[in-house]
Design a protein around this ligand. Sequence first.
Ligand code: NAD
Ligand code: LMR
Length: 338
Amino acid sequence: MAHSPMTVTVTGAGGQIGYALLFRIAAGAMLGFDQPVRLRLLEIPAGLGAAEGAALELQDCAFDLLESVEITDDPAVAFEGANVALLVGARPRGPGMERADLLAANAGIFGPQGAALNAHAADDIRVVVVGNPANTNALIASASAPDIPAERFTALTRLDHNRAVGMLAATLGAPASTIADVAIWGNHSASQFPDIAHATVGGVSAGDALTAHFGDAAAAAAWLDDDFVPRVAGRGAEIIRVRGSSSVASAANATIEHMHDWVLGRPAGSGWTSAAVVSGGQYGVPEGLVCSFPARSDGSGWEVVEGLSLDDRARQRIDASVSELVSERDAVAALGLL
Ligand code: NAD
Ligand code: LMR
């Protein structure tokens, strides 16, 4: 039976990530190759021309699954009946900035958008925040949407997850498809903890594979602490340094994978992924913070993978990132945004 169309709202649709998202969504990569979509593109007035240009190109692709494209600068129109919202529209950081430096510039966007989602979105709305600082922006949006269950607001750490998988694959010379159960904990920031303690490579423990690769366990541990963790956590800054502006295609790809897995479920046997979701107190993370955890979805919702053992090193790193999330929450609360 044919599916009824789903309404997908993309904010910042005239920007870099927006442009990398729209064509893949319309082609079916996010919600399924048999799922018709209606696109709503939200922009500020200065960005409407770029969104209109993207809409012309969408028409020129003549996608079978694309039912309509609407462009607006009014959040009430953009979120009317939305089933999926990708909150991308926000200022990106430049060289030398931390993502938290964007708090003051971007935080004001997410309260009004949360309120508009609350008033206009469909009952099954699912939201992923991409605009930085993503975790705390998701918290702000959720706080402004009291009628939408908090677990429908998430933030993107799938990009960090994919970076960790990619780096492990490149180091070990193994296909990325053979790597499972990497985890990103904490904030989408330099404090995040990319964790391979439970990961496997071709069914073998990643720790054992790294020990074999580096010759002994101490060398493998040094690589993890001195190279892998800071390189994954600092990859966003590395991209800015090398290409002159922040990640685009990899960010759009991760956004599509996050929403795909949330709505359609993870492919069987593919293990867990990472998503920033509202903490229910798992692993001692204060309730209500939007924190990255190892997570699974069967299509009904994200579920934090519970019961994993954490050694002292992991505990300390997770606590440091969580304490940064607490500071960000306190900072936006002081601005009256929560
Ligand atoms: P960009 O500057 O190319 O595009 C942003 C767009 O958002 C612009 O077109 C702008 O007009 C629009 N915009 C600004 N305020 C808006 C509002 N209130 N409503 C609707 N649209 C609005 O930036 P980009 O490269 O597309 O990045 C967008 C955001 O994504 C940045 O904050 C960036 O830091 C973040 N990002 C996050 C991740 C992640 O993994 N979470 C990865 C990459 C980038
Ligand atoms: C990223 O991780 O690439 C994005 O969050 C952009 C940034 O500012 O690093």
